[in-house]
Ligand binder design. Sequence first.
Ligand code: T6T
Length: 324
Amino acid sequence: MRTRRAAVLAAVTVTATALVAGCGGSVSSSGSTHTKNLVLIPGVANEPFYISMQCGAQDEAKTLGYTLDTQAPTQFDASLQTPIVTGVIASKPGAILIAPTHATAMVAPIKQAKDAGIKVIEVDTALDDTSIALSSISSDNVKGGQLAAQTLSKLVGGKGSVLVINTKAGTSTTDQRAQGFENELKQNDPGMTSLGVQYNNNEAAQAASIVTATLAAHPDLAGIFATNLSSAEGAATGLRNAGKLGQVKVVGFDASPTQIQDLKQGTVQALIAQNPAAIGKDGVDQAAAALEGKPVTRNISTDMIAITQDNMASNEQYFYKSKC
Ligand code: T6T
C-alpha cells in the first residue's frame, strides 16, 4: 500500500514537473519548491462538493498557467489525510489548497508544510490555529446555520422539536453551522425546542439510523437540520424508511445530485447550497498571489443560497457536479 502510494506520488511529481517544464514554469533544484505546481487536498474523494471545488480550481489554475494536482483521502478522516499531506510535502509544490478534516488534529502536518516553505491556503474547512494558512476561503457557516434555522422555522410554523444532525465533531464548518442554528433558535424562536446535536461520522447510513432512533423516542419530531451532504442524504433515507416524508421537515446543507432529487420529490424542503467552485477558484487566486508576491486576502467568504422547490429552476448554477 505504502509502496504503491509512493509510486503514485513519484509518478504525479514527474508528470507535474514535466508539465511545468513544458510551459516554462520554474522547476527548482532539490531545496526549494516547484512554484508553478499547486496541490488540492480535499476532505474526501469522490464527493460532489469537493468535485465542484476541484472543477473551479482546475479551470482557474489553467487560466493562470499553473498545474493543479488533486489528492484526497478515501474517508473524511485526519488519520487518512495526514499521510497525504506528508507525501505532498515531499513533492515540494509551491502551494497546497487544503480542506483540513479536523480543526486541531491536522495542525501538525499542515504546519510541517508551511515550515517546508509551501504556501498554505485553506479551502472550506479551517484549522483553529490561524497562524498557518495565508488565506481561508469558505461560506459564512455561522450565517448558514442561522439561515437554516429561519428556513426551518417557517416550514414548521415556528413550533415543535427539531434535531440537528452533524458530521464529525472538530469539522470547523459543520460545527459553525450547528452553532449558528442553535443560537438562532435560542434568540428568535422560543416556540422551537432543539433536541440537540447528533453525529453521523460523515456516513449517510448513520444519519438514517439517527433519524429512526429519534423518531422512536420523539414521534412528534417537527424538523431536522442536516449540516452537510451525508447528514441530509441520510435524513431523507431515514424519513423514507419511517414513512414520515413531508411530515418531518428537513433543511439540509449542500446540493448534491441526490439532494436535488430529494428536493424535487419533496423528501426535503430546503437546501442551503454553497459555491464550492468559487471556493476552489478563489483558493487558486490566493495561492498564485502568494507565490507571485502580490497581496493576499486573509479571509474570503463565498456565497450561499437557500434553494426550495419554488426557486430551484432559476438556481441550477448552484447544483453540485459529479464530474467537471
Ligand atoms: O458541506 C461540505 C463542506 O462544506 C463541509 O466542510 C464538509 O461536508 C461537505 O463536504 C459536504 O459533504
